[in-house]
Ligand binder design. Structure first.
Ligand code: AMP
Ligand code: MG
Length: 418
């Protein structure tokens, strides 16, 4: 399990910027060192534990990129077309029996190894066949055209996959192209998740008139699973300090991270703070981010705890900026900075300087083909519909004081955040 010092999350300033928060997390959270070996079919989404050097060049042998006719460069027609007799036929998976004879051409198919001596391939669409069955080659083809040299993709020995890479399907494909059967990955990060609040009922249980169903826990569990975590669902803790403290004590040490939602403001009924302080240490990070509120960061028996706000949208946004980098840091993953893409704002918005704000938007294709961001009409941090009915978040950085229609703004798709 991760062993962090009690003051690991201490921060000097009154307000923490998003970049400071991510910086603190990435420098202070220790990566767990436990590895496991997984078969390639199970490697998607896992964090690679060791660099992978190419055990063979890709492609492994020089081959034709097209269906056509292979020739020696010395036989390429100069100015006029040239008819050459056929010498051999090589299919994908086959091998030429002998080097190509000077003054001849060989029938070859995509992916077939080049016959020794042949250096260039004419596409079959570009040649003709004369009455004697010779292949008529046009002039002007570049030497080496339509050939894929061995190692042009990746030379043998090159580091092709880096330790810390969160594996996507294309990384798995590369490992397969090397003929690897298994990969060493970091074991899954174990996260205990619970919600807090007397007003919460679990779906499937009776709901009192003053209660609402707990939605955050299901959102957070889904988000954690997408990050490759193994999640323990601890249900709902009531707003009561002692039972909260006892529950926390039990899960610390058996997980790499404890994630809670709700109860981290400074009201009398926000008991997470007091409960954590009674058995560990806790600081409230006042982050300069909207939506969001204080995020609680703590340590119980060396296990980090993150307390997210209860409002669903605040919980979602702070997850992206605090939990995601923490999970990646615990897994020793390479940083995955978010890259907003420019779109045109179709809305006006006023904003305070010095704070990062996220606006929920839908994308629309404008008449001129450009992408426009339409702001969700309401702003409450409790509106789940605002996350469901939009495509992503417009990121308004600290220096921005407002947006006018037509301004270029940075858009983060939900698909990139999850
Ligand atoms: P809190 O952060 O506990 O003060 O909660 C802020 C708001 O979020 C309140 O309106 C809560 O009812 C709501 N809330 C808290 N936890 C959840 C949850 N797990 N699911 C949905 N809403 C919640
Ligand atoms: Mg509460």
């Amino acid at each position: 399990m991760a062993q962090l010092s009690d003051d690991c999350f201490a921060f000097g300033g009154p307000m923490m910027s998003v970049d400071e928060a991510v910086g603190l997390i990435t420098t202070r959270v220790n990566a767990i060192a436990d590895l496991e070996t997984v078969r390639l079919v199970n490697a998607d989404g896992r964090v690679l534990a060791r660099d992978v050097a190419a055990p063979l060049p890709l492609p492994p042998f020089t081959n034709s990129a097209v269906d056509g006719y292979a020739v020696r460069n010395a036989d390429l027609p100069d100015a006029a077309e040239q008819a050459l007799p056929l010498d051999g036929r090589i299919q994908a998976g086959g091998l030429a029996q002998a080097p190509i004879k000077p003054g001849h051409t060989a029938r070859i198919f995509t992916g077939a190894p080049m016959p020794p001596g042949a250096e260039t391939v004419f596409m079959q669409e570009d040649v003709g066949i004369d009455d004697s069955g010779k292949i008529v080659l046009p002039p002007g083809l570049k030497p080496g055209a339509n050939v894929r040299p061995a190692g042009e993709d990746i030379p043998e020995g090159q580091i092709a996959l880096r330790a810390g890479q969160r594996l996507l399907p294309q990384h798995v494909a590369l490992a397969a192209a090397f003929g690897l059967v298994r990969l060493d990955v970091v074991r899954r990060i174990r996260v205990a998740v619970f919600s807090t609040g007397d007003e919460l009922a679990s779906p499937g249980e009776p709901r009192a008139a003053s209660q609402l169903f707990d939605s955050n826990r299901f959102m957070l569990i889904a988000m954690l699973r997408r990050l490759g975590c193994e999640v323990s669902d601890l249900g709902i803790f009531r707003d009561e300090r002692t039972s909260l403290a006892n529950g926390l004590k039990q899960v610390a040490g058996r997980h790499d991270l404890i994630l809670t939602t709700g109860g981290v403001s400074t009201g009398e009924e926000d008991h997470v703070k007091a409960a954590v302080e009674s058995i560990g240490s806790l600081v409230l990070w006042r982050m300069a981010i909207k939506p969001g509120r204080p995020v609680a960061m703590g340590i119980i028996d060396g296990t980090p705890l993150i307390g997210l706000p209860g409002n669903p949208v605040a919980s979602f946004v702070t997850f992206v900026h605090v939990v995601r980098p923490t999970v990646l840091a615990l897994a020793g993953g390479l940083p995955e900075p978010l890259t907003p893409i420019p779109v045109r704002a179709a809305f006006a918005y006023k904003k305070k300087a010095g704070r990062r704000e996220y606006v929920r938007v839908s994308l629309r294709r404008a008449q001129d083909g450009g992408l426009e961001a339409i702001k969700f009409p309401r702003e409450g941090a409790g509106l789940l519909s605002s996350l469901v009915e939009t495509d992503g978040l417009v990121e308004l950085r600290e220096s921005i004081t407002g947006v006018e229609p037509g301004h270029s703004v940075g858009f983060l798709s939900y698909a990139d955040l999850l």
